[in-house]
Structure formats: C-alpha cells, structure tokens
Design a protein around this ligand. Structure first.
Ligand code: HEC
Ligand code: HEC
Ligand code: HEC
Ligand code: HEC
Length: 278
C-alpha cells in the first residue's frame, strides 16, 4: 500500500501520458474525419464526453480560442469522446480550500481549478432548490435513522439500495449524503461538503488516493508545468460513479482506430519484428 508507484497508479499515469501524446496527433486525424463527414453529408458530432459517459458532456463551440481560431474541444467522430482541447479551462472554477490536506502548495489553491459538478446532476437542474425541491423535510420526510432500507425512488441512480455497489455492504447513502441538507454531501465526521468538491468526501475514506490525486499521481490533470502555474484537476466523480464502483471501478474511454499506414506501405509487419532482428 505504501510503495510510491503501484501497478494501478502506473496504469493511470501511463494512460494520462498517452492521452497527452495523442492530443497533438489527433488534431490532424480529426480534421480528416471532419472532411469525410462533410463529403458524406453526415452531421459532425459536437457533443462529446471527457471521461464518465453521460456525466461529463461538453459541446463544441467554434472560435472559442479567438487568438488561434480554435474550437474549445474536438470530438472523436467514432467514440464520442473528447480528443483534443483548445481550452481545457473552459467552465472551470477554483478547486477551493481542502482543509484536510497539507501539500506542497501550503494551502495555495489559487491556480488549481476544477469543473463544477452541480450543473451535471439532473436533480440540480430541476430548479434553484435542487434536491430540496423534494427533500424539504415535508414533501419527503427526513429519514428516521441511518439504517439501510429499500427505496422507492432513485432506482435510476441506485438500482437496488439494499445492494449498494460501493464498500462491499459497509456503506449507506447517508455515509455520503447529508440527512439534513440534501444539497450537500457529508463525510463520516459530520462535515458538510458541496457537490463541487467530491474529492473531500472521497478523501475521508480513501486518504492515500486523495493525497496522490492532489499531487497529480492519481487521476488526471492538465495545464501549466510550473509548480504554481494554472492547472485543471479532474475530480473523482468525473471518472468514478460513486454508486457503482464495486461492479465497475472505471469505464475506460473507447479506443480510437490506429492511424492509417503511410501511402504505399502494405502492412506494419516491420513494427512487429522481435527485438535484435533489425
Ligand atoms: C422528485 C423528488 C426528489 C428529488 C428532486 C430528489 N429526491 Fe431523493 N428521494 C426522494 C424520495 C421520495 C425518497 C424516499 C424514497 C423512499 O423512502 O422509498 C428519496 C430518498 C433519497 C435518499 C435516501 C435517504 C433518505 O432520505 O431516505 C437519498 C440519499 C436521496 N434521496 C438523495 C437525493 C439527492 C442527492 C438529490 C439531489 C441530487 C435528490 N435525492 C433529489 C425524492 C427526490
Ligand atoms: C460513497 C458515497 C456515496 C454513497 C454511498 C451514495 N452516494 Fe449518491 N452521490 C454521491 C456523490 C459524490 C454524488 C455526486 C456524483 C457526481 O458528481 O457525479 C452523488 C449523487 C447522487 C444523486 C444525484 C445523481 C444525479 O445524477 O442527479 C442521487 C439521487 C443520489 N446520489 C442518491 C443516492 C442514494 C439514494 C444512495 C443510497 C442508496 C446514495 N446516493 C449513496 C455519493 C454517494
Ligand atoms: C464512508 C467511506 C467511503 C467513502 C466516503 C467513499 N468510499 Fe470508496 N470505498 C469505500 C470502501 C469501504 C470500499 C471497499 C474497499 C475494499 O473492498 O477494499 C471502497 C471502494 C472504492 C473503489 C474500488 C471499488 C472496489 O470495490 O474495488 C473506488 C473506485 C472508490 N471506492 C471510489 C470512491 C469515490 C470516487 C468516492 C467519492 C465519491 C468514494 N469512494 C467515497 C469507502 C468509501
Ligand atoms: C481521470 C480519471 C480518474 C480520476 C479523476 C480519479 N480516478 Fe480513481 N481510478 C481511476 C482509474 C483508471 C483506476 C483504476 C481502475 C481499475 O483498477 O479498474 C482508479 C482506481 C481507483 C480506486 C481503486 C484503487 C485500487 O488500488 O484498487 C479508488 C479507491 C479510486 N480510484 C479513488 C479515487 C478518488 C478518491 C479520486 C479523487 C480524489 C479518484 N479516484 C480520481 C481513474 C480516476
């Protein structure tokens, strides 16, 4: 548990590296896609997801980076995933204080940004009261205790509340959601946490990963390399669905097809030659 780079972390790191490398390459591959979409009169995919499908959708906006004429993002025409960013900071807000953590920035979060989660959650889009539209203490009474029970609601989020797919039987909704203010998350110490800072909730139980995440070892971040430069972090729930991690820790983005061979090359056999023979 305490080794610095576990195989999982390495996989995550490698994934991020690969993504970064491919960003430049995809730029030109994608314009070919766009051209073929145009010639075949197919509509261009302009709504695509960043990591967790259905929960991290971004819409392509032309000319979002006026000085270069770039769009904010480019979408894969095949997988519907974001391939390239003109502006990875679009729609981000300051990460905010994280009192639980002491890291190298010594509490300076000024240049650390994230994308807020509330606009992504369907019930927060129901109206200004969000979850309290129903959870106002009257329409839906406050729960009597923290004992798991069968729910007649939210089956689209948690299929079977008696078999919550997180924590192998040890967790209930109210280990994460506030019983008194449903617009807030709440950790086991009773500290209320906004939905835009899920890392602080997850960090209560996954402390080691929380620290790794803040340092850029777990998960994903992008931006300025300088230590105090502007950076965007992807928050935990942009990758993990907290209600299903036990059956599906993480849904990898579908792979792109390999790039076409250069003109005149029949196959890539030379690439497959064992080492030492060429
Ligand atoms: C349309 C009404 C409605 C909205 C909006 C709504 N809920 Fe609920 N929710 C319910 C009902 C009804 C129950 C109780 C179901 C039962 O007891 O069988 C419930 C139960 C729950 C529970 C189980 C614990 C408890 O209070 O009994 C959680 C957790 C929960 N809701 C979270 C949320 C969150 C988080 C939001 C906002 C993102 C939200 N709900 C928005 C109707 C709603
Ligand atoms: C491990 C912590 C955890 C547990 C346990 C948990 N939730 Fe959640 N829940 C969250 C977090 C975090 C979010 C916000 C997800 C996001 O940002 O995508 C959320 C979001 C929701 C939402 C809003 C989803 C949407 O798309 O609008 C509902 C409703 C909800 N939870 C209900 C429940 C119910 C009911 C239970 C118990 C049966 C439960 N949750 C158990 C952490 C948890
Ligand atoms: C109240 C404590 C608690 C909180 C809060 C919590 N988790 Fe967990 N989580 C657990 C436990 C317990 C397990 C099961 C660990 C095991 O089986 O070794 C787990 C397992 C996981 C797993 C691995 C799934 C598996 O079963 O192998 C992931 C991924 C995960 N959690 C992500 C999250 C994320 C993301 C959040 C925040 C939205 C979060 N957790 C919040 C307690 C928690
Ligand atoms: C960019 C996506 C991404 C983000 C952001 C992210 N994770 Fe993960 N996480 C992963 C991947 C990929 C795995 C490996 C999945 C697997 O083993 O199938 C993983 C694995 C895990 C596991 C299982 C660890 C183990 O050793 O088995 C836990 C727990 C977890 N993450 C919690 C978190 C928490 C807490 C946060 C936020 C502080 C977070 N993750 C943020 C992608 C992410």
């Amino acid at each position: 548990m305490h080794s610095l780079i576990t195989p999982t972390k390495f996989a995550v790191l490698a994934l991020c590296g690969l993504l970064a490398i491919s960003l430049g390459l995809y730029k030109s591959a994608e314009s070919a896609e766009q051209m073929s979409a145009k010639t075949q009169n197919e509509p261009l995919v302009t709504d695509c997801y960043e990591s967790r499908e259905g929960y991290t959708t971004v819409t392509r906006v032309e000319g979002a980076v006026p000085q270069y004429g770039y769009p904010n993002i480019k979408c894969s025409q095949k997988t519907g995933a974001v391939l390239w960013y003109g502006d990875p900071y679009e729609g981000t807000v300051p990460m905010g204080e994280m009192p639980e953590i002491t890291d190298a920035t010594r509490g300076n979060y000024a240049n650390a940004v994230v994308k807020p989660r509330e606009p992504r959650l369907m019930y927060f889009n129901m109206g200004p009261d969000g979850c309290k539209t129903c959870h106002d203490g009257k329409t839906v009474p406050a729960p009597k205790n923290k004992k798991p029970r069968e729910l007649a609601m939210h089956q689209d989020i948690v299929e079977n509340s008696m078999q919550l797919m997180h924590g192998r039987g040890s967790l209930w909704c109210l280990d994460c959601h506030s019983a008194t203010d449903r617009n807030k998350l709440e950790n086991r110490q009773g500290v209320q946490i906004g939905f835009n800072q899920p890392q602080r909730l997850c960090g209560t139980c996954h402390g080691e990963l929380y620290i790794d995440w803040r340092a850029g070892i777990h998960g994903k971040r992008t931006g300025d390399w300088a230590a105090n430069g502007k950076k965007r972090w992807w928050v935990c729930t942009e990758c993990h669905n907290p209600h299903t991690v036990q059956v599906n820790r993480f849904n990898p983005i579908k792979q792109e097809a390999p790039p076409a061979l250069p003109r005149g090359m029949k196959n890539a056999d030379h690439e497959r030659m064992p080492h030492g023979e060429h």
